[in-house]
Ligand binder design. Structure first.
Ligand code: ADP
Ligand code: MG
Length: 316
């Protein structure tokens, strides 16, 4: 069941040299109890798409059109988004220090969100905070209530942020490159925690990452983004077995493998928001590019079961 639906989101930035478009008709759905991955190279528009949901956009950003439906209500028309932010919809950022205040203890910060979003005080609030730290497997939770963020390692800080979301019974977790700043073993532990939360609490999780290996191990559904557009979507198994868009195929080829000793990369770079490209925005880098790709924008079409792709050459 879709709990959040982003429909035809178009967004741009007011820049020194005028207005530049950054998102083109971005649409995706988040379902209860599923891990959704939004993948693509750096600069493709993943964070801007996610931040649109929470309306935490840079000042010069402007949503041109589109809808963000949460339980059927358009969040772009909701003036009370602050009530949902951090309670029903929570963000796990790449750098936990952007969310934690270095001047307050972990306990104080947890109690504050519980007070605001759960309306609990005193012993009840304290119990809820300790339970949340326990749930994210922070050892000696009661003692850890009194420490400051700098006394936590990177992985522990990330757990504390997740604890805040759990304490508020968040229905949607948006994890924007949550493990990019962590080493591999800690990364695996945080991902395991997110998988457990998805399973036990039926939370809808949006995992934003440039790391396809992480996607393969964790996601149920995958959205591939390129230069401000969703270019392909399918269930995770299907994306890995039967990728249709040449960009997805190129991303998969650049995964390290045992068979292939050469680490492949995709030639060139994604275009910046200032670059005007006629036709398919991937055409300058695409191995399968034909004339029509340089002139027309491909439609986002069904290419299989729950599988969509925007490419003139999806079927060959
Ligand atoms: N405040 C801003 N002003 C102008 N351009 C921006 C701003 N923020 C982001 N962008 C541009 O929007 C595009 C998408 O950015 P972002 O969503 O952060 O990418 P990703 O998360 O996929 O790496 C990038 O090309 C980036 O340079
Ligand atoms: Mg980003």
């Amino acid at each position: 069941m879709a709990i959040l639906e982003v429909k035809n989101l178009n967004l741009g930035f007011n820049c020194e040299n005028g207005f530049c478009k950054a998102l083109y008709d971005v649409s995706f759905c988040l379902e209860k109890g599923k891990m959704h991955a939004l993948v693509g190279e750096s600069g493709c528009g993943k964070s801007v798409s996610a931040m649109s949901i929470l309306q935490l956009l840079p000042k010069n950003a402007k949503i041109i059109s589109g809808e963000i439906l949460y339980n059927g209500e358009n969040l772009l028309k909701n003036k009370d988004i602050q009530k949902l932010r951090g309670s029903k919809i929570a963000l796990i950022p790449q750098d936990p220090m952007t969310s934690l205040n270095p001047l307050y203890t972990i306990g104080n910060q947890l109690l504050e969100v519980i007070k605001i979003h759960q309306n609990l005080r005193g012993d009840e609030a304290y119990k809820k905070a300790v339970e949340a730290l326990d749930a994210v497997k922070i050892p000696c939770a009661k003692m850890r209530m009194n420490v400051y963020p700098h006394e936590f390692s990177g992985g522990m800080k990330q757990r504390a942020i997740i604890a805040m979301a759990l304490a508020c019974n968040a229905e949607i977790l948006i994890a924007d490159e949550p493990t990019t700043a962590l080493d591999v073993t800690i990364q695996a532990q945080i991902m395991e925690l997110l998988r457990e939360i998805r399973q036990d609490r039926e939370t809808a999780i949006m995992l934003i990452t440039h790391d396809l290996a992480l996607v393969g191990e964790n996601a149920d559904k995958v959205y591939v983004m390129y230069a401000g557009r969703i270019v392909e979507e399918a269930d995770a198994d299907e994306i890995f077995k039967n990728p249709k868009h040449p960009y997805t195929q190129a991303l998969l080829k650049s995964l390290p493998s045992d068979k292939d000793k050469i680490l492949r990369t995709i030639d060139g770079q994604p275009p910046s928001v200032h670059e005007n490209i006629t036709g398919c925005r991937f055409n300058p880098r695409c191995e399968k590019c034909i004339d029509v790709c340089k002139k027309e924008i491909p439609l986002y079409e069904k290419v299989g079961n729950n599988h969509f792709s925007a490419c003139f050459r999806s079927n060959n």
